[in-house]
Design a protein around this ligand. Structure first.
Ligand code: ZN
Length: 500
């Protein structure tokens, strides 16, 4: 029992801080008991690990994205930085049979306290307690903090959430450290899958220093430092730039030669690009053994058929009413969903719109401000491939708003439950269908109003119980919002529809 408790303690203590300028945080000493427990696992799991490796089966791992912004919705990470970074991350992890895929939708958390977080303030833990989605790698993107790029929880540690105690953890990532060429996400993912720093044990930290020697009586690489013999002894527990120019000797007089290409070192991002084979084995071991729930969430066969068509934006082209903007684009074969982004050309993130949708259109109501210029684009997305390019930005001007509220006398009668019209959003100029669930009324007067409340059509037609095609030429109607009022005897009802 004592050993189990100590084992948990050591992982709690490993909760990582990836410092940009100075790293004094990972100063927890590893007792002999703790260290023995940690490395014993790798010995015990060796056979399973090697079986996994020889099977070479790609493991698909779901990532849930949580974008933290200020209360007013500003400050969120530029999503393209997430897509670029994830694209690079998959290139590396694919070499080791791990492939990450995005679970839509993106969770936006508008909370200034969380956005302007401080490490040690507990905000990261509170985020995970409140927002973690079970059976996903929960990644939180927050505002910049000086000297820190992020932290992750080792397997078996982290705050409780949804009644699951001490469970699935996650990671907090700083916006400024995410994007093409950055390695923080890869580094934290390494911790999340049980990897220690390559310099662990050097000048503090847990464990004890690893000797430079790989073989012979001075070799201790299998149980000192990070516990891996294919990662050289590392004497650089602070940010450093490659190549290594130091001359320091270890206790046996051997010269350190730390490897700046390893993600789990503190070498600058531009230097890092890989995990060692032993590190990769340990990550797979952690995935299968410690985090199997990640592999049970969704059928592990994400769509990876290539997207070859370009995405084309149709509307708006140059201007639109500020309170009613209809976005349209083409359907792209093999896209799982689309991400529409619209924002001011001035660079302000006020009015910024981000929509995740499986449709090829979106109507933004009351989203933009009259008198401003905006740009927008659409990115075709696959859950398992975020590398596809978005459409070029298109700009539009926000015109004065239009009135889209119908006369109040109509609005009051929205309610008759047994009357419906579909499709509610008509994109193919098909005839509307009226569904009427009252056998008593055979003759109806149907009035159609535009978004301004002006009557544009009126028709009498018999309505039977069930479905009836509405006598209105949709193809001649311009795109927009319409209100269809039906009067049948003493019953009256109104439904709002959209024609694209
Ligand atoms: Zn770290």
């Amino acid at each position: 029992m004592k050993k189990v408790f100590l084992f948990i303690l050591v992982f709690l203590a490993l909760n990582d801080l990836y410092a940009q300028s100075s790293n004094k945080w990972c100063a927890t000493q590893l007792t002999d008991d703790m260290r023995d427990e940690f490395f014993a696992r790798r010995v015990v799991n060796k056979a399973r690990r090697e079986a996994m490796k020889s099977a070479s089966v790609m493991q698909y791992v779901p990532i849930k994205l949580h974008v933290v912004r200020r209360d007013d919705g500003t400050g969120g990470i530029e999503l393209q930085n997430i897509w670029d970074n994830l694209c690079e991350m998959n290139e590396t992890f694919n070499l080791h049979d791990i492939h990450f895929y995005v679970v839509p939708d993106i969770n936006f958390i508008d909370n200034t306290d969380f956005y302007t977080w401080e490490y040690g303030g507990g905000e990261g833990d509170i985020l995970m307690e409140n927002y973690n989605v079970s059976k996903n790698v929960n990644c939180y993107f927050v505002g910049n903090v000086t000297g820190i790029c992020g932290y992750a929880f080792f397997p078996g540690t982290g705050p409780s959430h949804s009644g699951v105690p001490n469970s699935e953890g996650g990671m907090v990532l700083i916006n400024g450290c995410i994007g093409l060429g950055n390695s923080t996400w890869q580094h934290e993912m390494g911790h999340y899958m049980a990897l220690a720093h390559t310099f662990e044990g050097y000048g503090g930290g847990w464990g004890f220093p690893e000797n430079v020697a790989r073989t012979g009586p001075n070799a201790n690489c299998s149980f000192a430092g990070d516990g891996f013999c294919d990662t050289p002894a590392d004497n650089m527990p602070d940010r450093w730039n490659c190549p290594y120019m130091g001359t320091e000797l270890d206790a046996n007089g051997d010269a350190y030669e730390p490897d700046p290409t390893l993600y789990m070192s503190y070498a600058d991002d531009v230097c890092t690009n890989r995990f060692s084979d032993s590190e990769a084995d340990a990550m797979m071991d952690a995935l299968i053994g410690d985090r199997p729930y990640l592999l049970s969430f969704e059928a592990a066969d994400p769509n990876l058929l290539p997207i070859t068509e370009s995405i084309v934006t149709y509307n708006p082209v140059s201007s639109a009413p500020s309170n009613y903007v209809e976005f349209k684009w083409n359907q792209v074969t093999n896209a799982d969903f689309y991400i529409l982004t619209a924002m001011r050309t001035s660079g302000s993130t006020i009015d910024k719109l981000i929509v995740t949708t499986i449709d090829t259109f979106y109507t933004a109501i009351d989203q933009f401000s009259f008198g401003n210029n905006y740009k927008w684009n659409v990115k075709p997305m696959q859950k398992a491939n975020t590398c596809y390019l978005a459409s070029p930005w298109v700009t539009f001007f926000a015109n004065p708003p239009i009135i889209i509220t119908p006369p109040s006398a109509i609005e009051e009668n929205m309610g008759y439950d047994d009357f419906s019209i579909y499709p509610a959003i008509n994109t193919n100029n098909e005839a509307f269908t009226i569904h009427w669930n009252n056998a008593s009324y055979a003759d109806a007067m149907i009035t159609i109003y535009d978004a301004h409340g002006s009557m544009i059509d009126i028709t009498h037609q018999p309505i039977g119980q069930g479905n009836t095609e509405l006598n209105w030429n949709v193809a001649k109607a311009s795109n927009g919002v319409y209100f269809i009022k039906i009067n049948a005897g003493t019953l009256q009802a109104v439904r709002r529809v959209i024609i694209h």
